[in-house]
Write a protein that binds this ligand. Structure first.
Ligand SMILES: [Zn+2]
Length: 378
């Protein structure tokens, strides 16, 4: 657990990550515990789209890439990642729930509600129990240039987490070392696929930081918009420290049933923000009381200087046993804005007010930028 804001990763940690990943067994048995929250991968085929010959290979490539990206990201920020995140079968392939839609490809275009049909059919066909999983739905509209245009992810009270994105069948092989937003990974929109899955896990949009030489963030802008601000040659993206802190508590990463409801009560007793002229950083301190255990305080900096919502920088700090926390905002932008405060709880719940998920409804603090300094309101 980190105390302050994002920081570079020590080389020794990177080496350790590499060793850890190469040591993983190729195959591990899928869990039989159906109540456990798990990521379920669905290949959704409209009625007029035959099963692509490359389906199995492509699904394995995408899922393996995503798994490495996410678990390495957790490790990078000091969290102990699970051995596997997805359901790998004895034969070495990822479990792929193939579902045939009632309607044609044309009829599903622009209709992200297809997720309901996809999940209901997958549950029925594959006898999946457990009320909440994370459903990663690959929609195949046929060979390119046909593609599904909705890239979306979110949380549904009954269904659990969900994410939708296009399944690209173009020939080729995804190199696991390919940058997530470069080369063949970019052609397959891997960053988009994993970004939406991130929403399925409850991640908000989180922008990149200058101090991290890592390119874009997974939960940052799409590659096209990123390149309006950053050099076109930058094809990397990383899992931010905040995203890692949220994922590390998610039921699917901990291999437990989703028990995040009802949300814990949240009483923010103290919430202070002070600008430190000397360090050029804003220090947020406070104290929180709750019916559950908050583990991480997150401050979301909604600066007016952001090129867009996707660029919102987040900062975290550990919540101590007495409920106190300290978060350092060391990359403020010279403009006014609003800070929002919310928390990651031990059971994976994410809330700032105990009523809404994520930063919605969270306690906030407006600020102005005056003559080179930040001035905070009430
Ligand atoms: Zn998004």
């Amino acid at each position: 657990m980190q105390v302050a804001a994002d920081r570079p990763v020590p080389a020794v940690l990177v080496v350790y990550v590499a060793l850890f990943l190469t040591a993983l067994p190729e195959v591990s048995a899928a869990s039989d515990d159906s109540e456990v929250c798990q990521v379920r991968v669905i290949l959704f085929l409209p009625s007029d789209v035959p099963r692509p010959a490359i389906a199995r290979q492509r699904a394995d490539e995408i899922v393996r890439y995503a798994e490495t990206f996410l678990l390495e990201g957790l490790q990078r920020w000091g969290h102990e990642p699970p051995e596997r995140l997805f359901r790998w079968q004895e034969d070495g392939h990822v479990e792929l729930l193939e579902v045939k839609g009632d309607k044609t490809a044309d009829e599903y275009q622009g209709k992200p509600i297809l997720r309901r049909e996809a999940v209901a059919k997958a549950r029925e066909q594959y006898s999946i129990r457990g009320d909440r999983h994370v459903w990663w739905i690959f929609v195949c509209m046929g060979d390119p240039p046909a593609r599904y245009e909705n890239y979306l992810g979110g949380f549904d009270q009954t269904m659990g987490g969900w994410a939708l994105a296009n399944f690209d069948t173009r020939p080729g092989t995804l190199d696991p070392d390919c940058d997530i937003a470069g080369g063949f990974a970019q052609e397959l929109t891997i960053k988009g696929l994993v970004h939406e899955l991130g929403h399925g896990f409850g991640l908000p949009h989180i922008g990149p930081k200058r101090a991290i030489d890592g390119g874009n963030t997974l939960m940052g802008p799409n590659t096209f918009n990123f390149h309006r601000v950053a050099p076109k040659t930058e094809t990397r993206a990383y899992l931010s420290e905040t995203a890692a802190a949220i994922l590390a508590r998610h039921p699917a990463f901990r291999g437990v049933p989703d028990k995040r409801d009802p949300l814990p009560s949240v009483q923010v007793e103290v919430f202070k923000a002070e600008w430190n002229r000397r360090t050029r950083a804003t220090v947020v301190t406070g104290r929180v009381e709750s019916s559950s255990t908050p583990v991480t305080a997150i401050v979301r900096d909604e600066s007016d200087a952001r090129p867009g919502e996707y660029w919102t920088k987040h900062y975290i700090g550990e919540v101590k046993e007495d409920g106190t926390f300290r978060v350092v905002i060391d990359e403020p932008s010279p403009a006014g804005g609003t800070l929002k405060l919310f928390f990651v709880f031990e059971n994976g719940a994410l809330t700032g007010n105990g009523k809404n998920r994520g930063a919605r409804g969270a306690p906030e603090k407006a600020y102005r930028f005056v003559k080179g300094n930040f001035v905070f309101g009430g």
